[in-house]
Design a protein around this ligand. Sequence first.
Ligand code: NDP
Length: 339
Amino acid sequence: TKVLLTGGSGFIAAHCLEQLLAQGHNVVTTVRSEDKAQKIRDTYKDQASRLEVVIVPDIAKEDAFDEVVKTPGLEVVLHTASPFHFNWTDPEKELINPAVVGTTGILRAIQHSAPSVRRVVVTSSFASILDESKLTDPNHTFTEASWNPSTRADIHRSKPTAYRVSKTLAEQSAWAFVRDQKPGFDLVTICPPLVLGPLAHHLPSLDAINESNARVVKLLRGEWKNEIPSQGPVSIWVDVRDLARAHILAMDKPEFGGKRLFTTAGYFSNAEIAAVVRDRFPEYNDRLPGPEVKGGELPEVDKTFKWDVSATDKLLGFEWISLDKSISDLVNSLKAFGI
Ligand code: NDP
């Protein structure tokens, strides 16, 4: 299959790319700079005939993807690129626009110039499923049918809220596009909660770690030694390799068309993450919190939301990677940075 993968330099996309190439697909991937493109070309020198890396500098521009979608023979598009970090000052410009215009822009470009595309898979998020007011409600169950009720008017409440709104608006605009335009492709969206696991992308330094893995770098640097921070109310997670696998399964199966996948391995807590590292990596002991250190426990069952992903599990039909394996493989991949 010939696949266009946006944001190939990202944490999740790098695993999609690795699995796509390993399974023999042809991939065109977009990155923001020549430097990032070259890193990817170097990594996959041996598969150069099946990989093209194209520069798309700014996905917030309406016409960002107009040229790359003209690549002959594209069948599937995986749109993963979207800002997931909190170092912005203008949420409209730096967060909402790349998320929303990036999504509508690529869909419009495909509709106009890529008639061979039969399916588009968009990386959305649990951020577009959750309801901030229900996260501590034990009587509330989130499913594939749930939608975040926050709107553009809420983006100044907090940085996490602004991020969640960016993902919600982007996913809503994708569904609205297929509903209104009836293009020649169908849509699958994938809604993962916190994504953890080993790095497959190039990082200039550990300070450039992606947002969801940043907590493990902090742990290894000794920042949790005296108190483990709370993981916050969003205490569910998934391994990045499982998530990439879900993206690839979503490319082909007809029964996935028009579906939202809510890919979740289970609850997690920062205390469990610390315990995995303590058990598996004694070489970090002097920087890690001891078993007596408090904080980051799982919320009590009567103080947290429920989730039901049975519809997604039925479609995907695989067992989720454990937190123990995900964190162990992540720590091993971080060792390359001399931590
Ligand atoms: P990364 O930050 O590693 O990847 C984000 C990707 O988007 C990068 O390739 C980045 O490019 C690109 N990007 C961001 N902003 C722009 C922009 N303005 N113009 C062009 N490209 C841009 O994070 P993840 O891999 O974790 O995120 C990938 C997707 O998964 C996102 O859609 C995110 O919302 C979603 N997601 C992530 C979760 C997680 O816990 N990690 C949970 C749920 C959803 P560059 O490398 O140049 O910065």
